[in-house]
Design a protein around this ligand. Structure first.
Ligand code: PGA
Ligand code: ZN
Length: 391
């Protein structure tokens, strides 16, 4: 495939911040991709540049090297982008610049082969496609909602075929809105952002939903790096050691239908991850996000240490589609569950839906049902469900 034209521009994400959108043309084919942005980012994520610099790098240096050149695979193109950047963390050209080109190129390859994007992903990853469980963000806290709730994300996990799961999630979301009241604000990820004065209250409400709606459970992203200050975890004006925080999780799990905990400790507390996975990992998912940063090496380390039994995969944490797929492969072949994820500052790009379905991910985190950019991802999953019946 020969890329004839490369263009990039500014669009605004869900927080109204500028981000990059890139268009690639190859003959009569055109593909567009845009890149989201995190707020509770892991220290070891690939580096995002400001949108203006990222756009300059795509239309300048990257266009000069890719333009008019023939590529036989996306791997070849991604390898070239990684080498051109030349840094370990993609800080020179920007992970956002590089990823926008990588995703658009993956779309071009799928168009060229005349197959759906998820099928192209599955072919490259050599995975069996299947519908991911929906981890629907229903209540926001932490940095996504001014710490009105201590944990960053409270999710309803729905395990069914996408169209059925979404219908359940939508009814549950409306029901939650009724419980919380119509004046409840929304958080960054399109879920409700209520205020409660006890740690348990959100879990009591979620338990009501689980009771009422079939095939559901609950999950949290504690995003504990954001709670960690001066050697302790600060939750609702109280300070917890890692041992005390472990007791908090054990207590919550004993009383409420909790399916998984993402980032239960701060990103440098590997031994605490190892301990909680040893004690709770048989029955629950202990998910790495800031700990593993979608990075093949960090995921390999976490596997070796048995630090988690599941990982979040966010393409912009690592910066190319090829490396995101490599991370998925490493995790899946060690028996870890993979959950593809959006970011808190999103665009209407739906690549993560095709990624999740194509690699047969265990789950997808695409946010609440109160923001268009999140709904686009769910709608894409619905479209994939229909496509899969005809391919
Ligand atoms: P972020 O949060 O996109 O703001 O980093 C998402 C998460 O922690 O899972
Ligand atoms: Zn997270």
């Amino acid at each position: 495939m020969r890329i004839d034209k490369i263009a990039a521009r500014t669009i605004l994400d869900t927080r109204g911040r500028p981000t990059i959108e890139t268009t690639l043309n190859a003959r009569d084919l055109e593909a567009i991709a845009s890149v989201p942005s995190g707020k509770s980012t892991g220290e070891r994520e690939a580096v995002e540049l400001d949108a203006v610099s990222a756009i300059e790098n795509v239309t300048g240096e990257i266009a000069a090297v890719l333009g008019g050149r023939d590529f036989s695979s996306l791997d070849e193109l991604d390898v070239l982008l990684i080498a051109l950047d030349g840094t370990r963390d993609k800080s020179r050209l920007g992970a956002n610049a590089i990823l926008s080109v990588s995703i658009a190129a993956q779309r071009l390859f799928a168009l060229q082969e005349n197959i759906p994007l998820w099928k192209a992903v599955a072919n490259r990853a050599e995975t069996t496609p299947s519908a991911p469980r929906l981890f629907v963000n229903v209540m926001n806290g932490g940095v996504h909602a001014g710490f009105k709730l201590p944990f960053q994300e409270y999710m309803l996990v729905v395990d069914d075929r996408t169209s059925v799961a979404l219908a359940i999630a939508q009814k549950a979301f409306i029901k939650l809105g009724e419980i919380l009241g119509q004046d409840t604000p929304m958080g960054d990820e399109g879920g409700y952002a209520p205020t409660f004065d006890t740690l348990e209250r959100p879990f009591e409400i979620l338990a009501e939903l689980v009771e009422e709606f079939p095939d559901t459970s609950t999950a949290i992203d504690a995003a504990a790096s954001q709670l960690f200050h001066d050697g302790a975890y600060k939750i609702l004006n109280k300070s917890y050691s890692s041992e005390e925080l472990t007791r908090v999780y054990e207590n919550l799990i004993a009383h409420f239908p909790i399916h998984s905990i993402e980032d239960p400790f701060n990103e440098n507390a590997r031994d605490d991850f190892v301990r909680i996975t040893a004690t709770l990992g048989e029955k629950k998912l202990i998910i790495g996000d800031d700990l593993t940063c979608s990075n093949p090496k960090l995921i390999s380390d976490a596997i070796k240490n048995k630090a988690v039994n599941a990982v979040i995969i966010k393409p912009n944490q690592i910066g190319t589609v090829s490396e995101a797929i490599e991370s998925v492969k490493i995790a899946q072949s060690a028996g870890l569950k993979v959950i593809a994820s959006h970011r808190s500052g999103e665009t209407d790009d739906t690549f993560i839906s095709d990624l999740a379905y194509g690699v047969g991910a265990y789950g997808i985190k695409a946010g609440g049902l109160g923001q268009k950019e999140r709904l686009e991802k769910y709608s894409r999953l619905l479209a994939i469900e229909r496509e899969a019946e005809t391919v």
